[in-house]
Design a protein around this ligand. Structure first.
Ligand code: CP
Length: 312
């Protein structure tokens, strides 16, 4: 009987020790890259896997960072664009699930999947013979974003115990926030949320909830701005852009409430002028480009770990 396949669908698929090892490896990869502008092959367990990316929702950061990580590791990649249906047999009515199994049948070593509720990743993981990596699953989870965010937070605060992490805005529709909520509690951090009531529906009452950004910002060690996800809103008439900007947009004026040591994150893409005023880019607190850069190193370390855990 073949051994079970290890897939990475949520941060709790890895032990705390494995995550510490992954972050240590990502740090080594980063330091080497900053010195030599290349990945050292000695940082990885082997060299010649085929990574297949299967994306049913659009992506810039996650897709590109997985591809760059894999190529710099000496792997090969394929990309299936299931988000713009025109170029594939999705336009002929083929289902997402048949598309998944078609790519699966071709035998890549690892499948990186981004999808909405059309696929049930937790069910597929039980049937697949190929390791899966969750690259963003509907509103449910985006664990590699949570990993790279925590890695970036730890570059400033080595220990997140008792640190206050504030999520601002469209928390309800944010898969990033949902992955963070689980992960941050295991690290001893405190989670806070602030945003319009309709964006906080269904969010656990165990998190600290604020009504005013001016009251929440002084509490926060890390502020995570979240994209307003218009494409997931059932009723777009309920949203007032002016009210949102007045109450929840981070601007230079509101940034005066930040602690001097506070970090400002955003998973991207940003709706500039809505979640953040463009001037936020100039703040010393603003770490979004560091998040993007670290995405490559953390995803490289994850690919290597998933490969090793599957005996490649
Ligand atoms: N943060 C994030 O997942 O961005 P993309 O949708 O561009 O991958």
């Amino acid at each position: 009987m073949s051994s079970p396949v290890f897939s990475f669908l949520e941060t709790d698929d890895l032990s705390q020790q494995e995550i510490e090892g992954l972050f240590a490896q990502a740090k080594t990869i980063k330091n080497d890259f900053l010195k030599h502008r290349s990945f050292s092959k000695t940082n990885f367990s082997q060299h010649s896997l085929l990574l297949s990316l299967l994306f049913f929702e659009p992506s810039t950061r996650t897709r590109s960072s997985f591809e760059m990580a894999a190529l710099r590791m000496g792997w090969q990649t394929t990309f299936f664009d299931g988000a713009s249906k025109e170029g594939s047999s999705l336009i002929k009515g083929e289902s997402f699930e048949d598309t998944f199994w078609t790519l699966h049948a071709m035998g890549p070593n690892i499948l990186v999947v981004r999808c909405g509720d059309e696929l049930r990743l937790t069910e597929l993981r039980k049937k697949t013979q190929i390791p899966l990596i969750n690259a963003g699953y509907g509103t449910h989870s985006h664990p590699t974003q949570a990993l790279l965010d925590v890695f970036t937070m730890q570059e400033s605060f080595s220990d997140l115990t008792n640190k206050n992490i504030l999520f601002v805005g469209d928390v309800r529709h944010s898969r990033v926030a949902h992955s963070h909520f689980k992960f941050l509690s295991t690290l001893g951090a405190h989670v806070g949320v602030v945003g319009p009531q309709s964006f906080l529906q269904g969010i656990s009452s165990s998190h600290k909830s604020f009504t005013q950004l001016s009251e929440a910002l002084p509490w926060a060690d890390v502020v995570v701005g979240l994209r307003v996800q218009f494409e997931r809103h059932e009723n777009s008439n309920q949203f007032s852009r002016d009210e949102y900007i007045k109450n929840y947009q981070l601007s230079l004026e509101k940034a005066k409430f930040l602690k001097p040591s506070a970090l400002v994150f955003h998973p991207g893409p940003v709706n500039w002028g809505l979640e953040f005023d463009p001037s936020v880019r100039e703040l010393p607190h603003f770490k979004m480009w560091q998040q993007k850069q670290n995405g490559v190193y953390v995803r490289a370390a994850l690919l290597d770990l998933v490969a090793r855990k599957n005996g490649y």
